[in-house]
Design a protein around this ligand. Structure first.
Ligand SMILES: Nc1ncnc2c1ncn2[C@@H]1O[C@H](COP(=O)(O)OP(=O)(O)OP(=O)(O)O)[C@@H](O)[C@H]1O
Ligand SMILES: [Mg+2]
Length: 254
């Protein structure tokens, strides 16, 4: 039965990612930009799959997310709330009561939102968010294991979350939390010319894969001429080429 390998090409990106995850690269921020179907999400799942087992991997998707609390909650729950004592202390302090910060991230997010927003004016909300994120960063800086935090579908995060990622999050990863690697993927990504962290990031623009050889390696069981025809007719667009090759595999010998 003919088989497709899981990704054509993208070896350069994987190579750098693995170096970052192993602590062997000179920066810890990766931006992956590309139009729909270029394979950003697929590449992130490949990264996760290939990530060394001693490295924790937190996958986050910005789709439909409109608060920083959601991001903080997901990271805290994924990495285990026992690793965030300073942060949880602040949450408890602001909530002033029983804290349901147990196993699921919806409850955690709700609690953090209450800690930030409940019945207080905007200035107090800003103050609380600042305090919480400082505590979160303090805890993150003390993590013993190397950690990868990926953010997919960046273009769908709302303006305030994008601004936070571009200023606070990337700045902190670059300057303070030396055990954290972050990968941000999207149809748009934070501006890599940022004066604070821009010199310390790898920016990849995913484009069509026009290298026929890469498609032949991806799909070794069809005749080369068929693979070439599929790649040429789809102009190397990864999603379309992949779909066409899958169809051909199904029908070729039928
Ligand atoms: N390098 C590749 N080799 C083979 N197939 C690929 C490759 N990249 C993507 N694909 C195929 O294209 C499909 C779409 O890819 P994916 O969802 O990763 O794109 P995306 O860039 O995340 O798109 P969007 O911006 O819409 O989220 C995947 O299901 C996968 O089958
Ligand atoms: Mg995607």
């Amino acid at each position: 039965m003919p088989k497709l390998r899981n990704l054509a090409n993208r070896t350069k990106e994987l190579d750098i990612f693995l170096k970052m995850a192993a602590g062997d690269h000179d920066c810890r921020i990766m931006l992956i930009e590309g139009v729909s179907g270029m394979g950003k999400t697929s590449l992130l799942s490949r990264f996760r799959h290939e990530c060394p087992s001693e490295v924790k991997f937190v996958p986050f998707d910005c789709k439909g997310v409109n608060s920083i609390a959601t991001f903080l909650a997901e990271v805290v729950v994924d990495l285990g709330h026992e690793n965030f004592p300073r942060f949880l202390e602040k949450v408890k302090f602001f909530v002033q009561g029983g804290v349901d910060f147990s196993e699921n991230d919806i409850a955690a997010e709700k609690t953090i939102s209450i800690a930030i927003n409940s019945n207080v004016d905007l200035a107090t909300q800003d103050y609380r968010l600042e305090q919480l994120q400082q505590a979160f960063f303090d805890d993150l800086a003390l993590l013993e294991h190397r950690t990868v935090i990926s953010l997919d579908t960046y273009q769908d995060a709302n303006d305030s979350l994008q601004a936070w990622i571009e200023t606070k999050w990337l700045r902190t990863v670059d300057r303070r939390v030396k055990n954290v690697v972050t990968v941000i993927a999207g149809q748009s990504v934070p501006n890599p010319n940022n004066s604070v962290w821009g010199d310390n990031c790898e920016h990849f623009l995913l484009t069509a894969i026009i290298d026929i050889q890469a498609w032949c390696e991806f799909c070794s069981d069809l005749p080369e001429a068929a693979i070439k025809a599929a790649a040429i007719s789809c102009e190397g667009h990864p999603k379309n080429t992949h779909q066409t090759l899958s169809l051909l595999i199904e029908r070729w010998s039928a």
